[in-house]
Design a protein. Structure first.
Length: 319
């Protein structure tokens, strides 16, 4: 999430805490504060903070950090303490913690088996898909790596606790692209970023698609579970759910799935990809052509929402 005020705050903390940090315009260059960089050559500086994306990457050890986590790691302080300090400095007396009217998660998954040291091909994958520029990427968001399976790991937060995660292959393989933890109820990705003032929640399949859509969340597939629906409704009981699933244009199986969903949830709403975008698979592909902020404005989203009845009529025109 490009946030000028947050980026400036992080820059100031880096300059205060890192010796011989050089400002190169769009980025800061420094010796990595995680691995210490080269021991043989004290002039090597392979750590970079990218101002426009509030992200840090070391080309020596592969450490990747985003947002306030950069300062938390640099100063070796708890993330929640640093985040609260940042919000207090930014908003002052106007900062008010969220009032919780629902039951918070009682457990948190441990991520000790993963590392935040991303291989260059994984970092390039995220960079090429413009993940760090996404307008609704949470400042809590992080991307990890599982060395054993060579998979990108995306933690799912709920009330600032990791309650779920997904593992994704980067390279082409015959293995399943996505893996999820066994024996844990699937949560809702990006639910902490929902704006209570906007009455719609857009339900997408992929975590890396939801971060481009205003009030977008992800369910990790095309079927929403009872637990996921309860998470959404317990937090936002007055919001309307809008299904904005991947584009399987005119595929009979997807048409049948949408019709079943419309019958099962007649009060729900839907967003479909336009006929002209039939070759576009998902939101991430769409924004590559249309621009990062094309789903940032709620007016466009509202104009294109279909009721269950209108969805059925639209799908009846597919041949």
């Amino acid at each position: 999430m490009t946030d000028i005020e947050q980026s400036f705050w992080i820059q100031q903390r880096i300059k205060q805490g890192v010796h011989k940090c050089s400002d190169q315009g769009s980025q800061l260059n420094m010796r990595c504060f995680v691995c210490g960089d080269s021991r043989k050559n004290q002039s090597k500086k392979r750590g970079y903070y990218y101002k426009s994306t509030c992200s840090y990457y070391c080309f020596n050890c592969g450490t990747h950090l985003h947002g306030v986590k950069i300062v938390s790691t640099l100063e070796n302080r708890p993330f929640k303490d640093v985040k609260t300090e940042y919000l207090m400095e930014r908003y002052g007396k106007n900062f008010k913690p969220k009032k919780v009217k629902y039951e918070k998660p009682k457990f948190e998954l441990k991520l000790d088996q993963f590392t935040n040291k991303l291989p260059e091909n994984v970092f390039e994958y995220l960079n090429n898909r413009k993940i760090f520029d996404a307008p609704f990427l949470s400042q809590d968001a992080e991307f990890l790596y599982e060395e054993e399976t060579k998979r990108l790991v995306i933690p799912w937060y709920l009330d600032e606790k990791v309650v779920y995660y997904q593992k994704r292959l980067i390279e082409d393989s015959s293995e399943p692209k996505y893996l999820f933890p066994f024996g844990v109820d699937k949560s809702v990705y990006n639910i902490d970023e929902v704006d209570p003032a906007f009455p719609y929640i857009f339900v997408l399949e992929g975590a890396l698609d939801s971060i481009y859509v205003y009030n977008g969340v992800a369910i990790g597939g095309k079927n929403i579970t009872k637990h996921q629906r309860e998470i959404i409704k317990s937090r936002f009981p007055k919001h309307k759910i809008v299904y904005f699933l991947d584009n399987h244009h005119n595929e009979s199986s997807m048409v049948a799935h949408l019709l079943r969903l419309a019958d099962k949830e007649p009060n729900s709403n839907f967003l479909l990809f336009p006929d002209a975008m039939k070759d576009v698979k998902d939101v991430n592909q769409w924004i590559q052509a249309g621009g990062l902020n094309m789903f940032k404005h709620c007016k466009w989203l509202e104009r294109n929402i279909l009721s269950s009845l209108k969805l059925k009529f639209k799908l009846s025109t597919y041949k």
